[in-house]
Design a protein around this ligand. Sequence first.
Ligand code: GTP
Ligand code: MG
Length: 139
Amino acid sequence: PPPGPSVGTNLTDLSIQKKITIRELGGCMGPIWSSFYGDCSSVLFMIDAANPTQIAASCVQLLSVLSAEQLASAAVLILFNKIDLPCYMSLVEMKSLFRIPEIISCAKQPITVVETSAREGTGLPDVLRWLRSTLQDPS
Ligand SMILES: Nc1nc2c(ncn2[C@@H]2O[C@H](COP(=O)(O)OP(=O)(O)OP(=O)(O)O)[C@@H](O)[C@H]2O)c(=O)[nH]1
Ligand SMILES: [Mg+2]
C-alpha cells in the first residue's frame, strides 16, 4: 500500500497451516475498530516506535482493545515497529513508557511483545511463529 495514514481497511490472506485473513485497520480508524471485533480471534497491535508523540494515544487505544468484551479471549501481539530508524525507542524505553508489565498483568488476554522493522523484515519470523502457535492453541 502507498505511504501515508492507512484509511479504510485492507484484507490480506495468509496460508499458515490453514488460511487466515488479516484485516489492517489504520490508527485513524480507531473510532470504528470495534465494529470488526466480532469475527476476530487474534489481535496484532502495531506501534510506531520511532514516533514518541503517538505513545499516549496508542496506549489509550491499546487499553480500549484489551478491555473490549468481544476480544476477551483473543491472543494479542504488540509490535514495536520501525526499529531500523536511528531515532527508534528501545524496547526497554517503550515498555516503561507503555507500562507494559502492568498492562500484561491486568489484561485478560495472553500478550506477547515483539520488535519489528516492516521495512527490513526484522522480527517477521517471530510474528509468523506467534501466528502459528495461536492457531494451534486457540484460546
Ligand atoms: N523505516 C521504516 N519505515 C516504515 C516501517 N514500517 C512502515 N514504514 C513506513 O512508514 C510510512 C507510514 O506508514 P505507517 O507507519 O503505516 O503509518 P500510517 O499508515 O500513517 O499509520 P496507520 O494509519 O496507523 O496505519 C510508510 O511510508 C511506510 O513505508 C518500518 O519498519 N521502518
Ligand atoms: Mg499504515
